[in-house]
Write a protein that binds this ligand. Structure first.
Ligand SMILES: Cc1ncc(C[n+]2csc(CCOP(=O)(O)OP(=O)(O)O)c2C)c(N)n1
Ligand SMILES: O=C1C[C@@H](O)[C@H](O)[C@@H](O)C1=O
Ligand SMILES: [Mg+2]
Length: 636
């Protein structure tokens, strides 16, 4: 057999160049490029291989391993998991920085190829720089920390292992039922070791993303359940988006009068303007969606993981009367909530179900437009909120006194409410632009208030809700949609945690727009502690002598080379948005907002770890209420 002598790293890069995906009759490269932060663990191996011949791979220098991995995740999510970036890091801290990002990819079921360097296979130089050295085992390295957050994990200590490992990694990443991060750790000496690889390994390889068909039994069972139900409700999850099920969802919902509610990952699969789309449900959902969920006697969960926060899945439904029908490519997910399971592609299943439902209409009738109207009126109210310094009742009630709110208004020089700002942004920017978020109070506000008029323009990472994803992810979206504007919705806390990929965006002329909501604190967590009977404890950004921090973010980011604005009212915000759109460089609009002016909850409950004993009566009361609530909740 013909062989070719290459280093392990050269073989890796050659292989990445030859991977194709075949979806719905189209065929294209699966690996778009590679993000790099070089260190001694990878610069002489993978770095050398890329320098010698990167092939079609776009090489992008990241600034922080977690940040660049987030960008890669956002790219893949935006490409509906049909194209990926690989991510190469050095050994030790470089690979440790991947852990939060790998968790993000795993919980969102997003394929990414992580390539952290590992310690020496020969162990000759041990402990090599950055090797943690566990006394109980020389086989354990920092990279073992990536095992729980990888869908596939392997360590390469001999060049020839690379071949079987890569095949497994690509099989996992291209299977929609188990898509997630594949981590291949490569010993840094092995990266540079040569081997006679069989040429067949580098031939063009096509991975087929075929739509998994439902069985006759599954279709008949699903159709029966729907026809027997009076008030079925569809939950659109991320799986529906990846399956591109919009058209059939609309057709089915319209024809059979079945309302739609959305998870964060599913939002914008069907545009918000569709009459039967009642918006987000769960803790961050709308009153209308949560009311519809309460009334429903059949939940049709399409491509959803039923996380507690975005669906309130263990308390939102009337479990005595409600049945569940899950359509999911993942058998694991389909099993949830004792549902009737259809383990198949969402789009195909719905297309095949439609003719079987001929003549069926739900009893929701006029309830659907009424519920929708009810929420639109609430949204309108939230868009008009204005502060006053004498008698102000914010959305998040009974936490801060008027004196404290006035103190914030003075310190941040603002009277702007977050909900008013958010709706103004929604009403001003081009509906075809992309919006991204992931943590803090903004995801709740976005899921409730954001109207996605153009399908697939809403990008929320709420599987891991990882602070720092917003700015990094915006770069990933821009790489996926170079001609569209991208807006990152980011809290001050998230921004402070991680925004290094803004520099990467500036460096490579990838324009992103950051909308930084500065309420000087970890606002949503402050709400959580105070809602649960606690005081305001270490969530506000205050100095040791209790002054509210007022950071000039615009000045910081101006130093990076972006165009910046600072606003504290609607008029200036709209003006800044319009100006930012004219810019060719990245922009930041620092929006000073008052705490407690985000949206509140809408009849959804969240199980959180309240203290069973404490020195506060208020905490005890919350604990007792929680125990009572748990008695009505589904236990599993
Ligand atoms: C990496 C990470 N660490 C911690 C958390 C927990 N957490 C969630 S929201 C939040 C505060 C967010 O503050 P900010 O970004 O300012 O948003 P705000 O709630 O004030 O709108 C924290 C600490 C998280 N989600 N991700
Ligand atoms: O703990 C959390 C609470 C949520 O409100 C927030 O959006 C999320 O980021 C989080 O981690
Ligand atoms: Mg904040």
């Amino acid at each position: 057999m013909r062989t070719i002598r290459l280093t392990t790293a050269q073989a890796l890069i050659k292989f990445l160049n030859q991977q194709y995906l075949h979806v719905d009759g189209k065929e294209f490269h699966f690996v778009e490029g590679i993000f790099t932060v070089f260190g001694h663990g990878n610069v002489l191996g993978i770095g050398q291989a890329l320098e010698q011949d990167a092939g079609h791979l776009k090489v992008i220098q990241g600034k922080n391993e977690q940040g660049m991995a987030h960008a890669a995740i956002a790219f893949s999510k935006e490409m509906l998991r049909q194209k990926i970036y690989a991510v190469t890091t050095s050994v030790g801290p470089g690979s440790a920085n991947l852990v939060a990002a790998a968790g993000t990819a795993l919980s969102n079921n997003i394929p990414v190829l992580f390539l952290p360097a590992d310690t020496f296979a020969t162990r000759q130089p041990d402990p090599v720089l950055q090797q943690v050295e566990q006394e109980y085992s020389a086989a354990v390295t920092t990279n073992d920390a990536l095992k729980p957050v990888s869908r596939y994990w392997d360590r390469i200590t001999r060049p020839e292992q690379l071949m079987s490992s890569l095949l497994r990694a690509f099989e996992v990443m291209t299977d929609p039922g188990k898509a997630g991060p594949a981590t291949i750790c490569i010993s840094q000496d092995v990266e540079g070791e040569a081997y006679d690889f069989q040429e067949a390994f580098f031939e063009k390889r096509i991975h087929y993303l075929d739509r998994q068909l439902p069985t006759e039994r599954e279709l008949t069972g699903a159709a029966e359940l729907i026809k027997m139900s009076e008030k079925p409700l569809i939950i659109v999850g991320g799986g529906a988006k990846y399956s591109q099920a919009r058209d059939v969802l609309i057709a089915l919902s319209e024809k059979h009068a079945i309302p739609i509610v959305e998870t964060q990952a599913g939002k914008s699969t069907v545009e918000s303007t569709f009459i039967n789309n009642l918006g987000g449900m769960g803790v961050t959902g709308t009153l209308s969606a949560n009311k519809a969920a309460q009334q429903a006697d059949l939940i049709i969960g399409i491509g959803t993981r039923y996380t507690d926060f975005v669906t309130s899945s263990k308390t939102a439904f009337s479990f005595d009367q409600t049945k569940f029908l899950n359509i999911n490519v993942s058998r694991f997910q389909a099993y949830k909530l004792d549902a009737f399971q259809v383990v198949a592609d969402a789009k195909t299943t719905l297309e095949q179900l439609m003719p079987m439902l001929e003549g069926y209409r739900s009893n929701f009738g006029e309830d659907i437009p009424c519920l929708k109207e009810e929420w639109l009126a609430e949204r309108h109210r939230l868009s008009q909120v204005s502060f006053n310094r004498t008698e102000y009742d914010p959305e998040i009630k009974n936490h801060f006194s008027q004196v404290t709110l006035n103190e914030y208004a003075a310190a941040l020089e603002t009277e702007f409410a977050q909900t008013t700002a958010l709706v103004a942004i929604n009403d001003t920017i081009d509906p075809a632009s992309y919006v991204i978020g992931s943590a803090g109070s903004l995801p709740g506000d976005l899921q409730r208030l954001w109207r996605s008029e153009v399908p697939n323009t809403y990008h929320l990472e709420y599987g891991y809700s990882c602070m720092g994803y917003e700015v990094s992810g915006a770069l990933g979206i821009k790489l996926a949609h170079p001609s569209q504007e991208v807006y990152a919705m980011v809290g001050d806390g998230s921004f402070l945690m991680l925004h290094s990929e803004l520099i990467t965006a500036i460096q490579y002329n990838q324009k992103i727009n950051l909308l930084l909501f500065d309420n000087s604190g970890f606002g949503c967590i402050n709400n959580l502690q105070m809602d649960n009977g606690g005081g305001s404890y270490f969530c506000e950004f205050r100095t040791s002598d209790n002054r509210i921090l007022n950071i000039d973010y615009a000045k910081v980011v101006e130093g990076y080379g972006a165009k910046t604005y600072r606003v504290n009212n609607k008029e200036d915000l709209i003006h800044a948005l319009e100006d930012a759109k004219q810019q060719t460089c990245s922009t930041l609009i620092e929006i000073k907002v008052l705490p407690k002016t985000m949206t509140a909850g809408y009849e959804a409950w969240w199980n959180v770890g309240v203290a069973e004993v404490s020195n506060k009566e208020s905490v005890q009361q919350v604990y007792d209420a929680k125990q009572k609530k748990l008695q009505e909740a589904k236990q599993y």
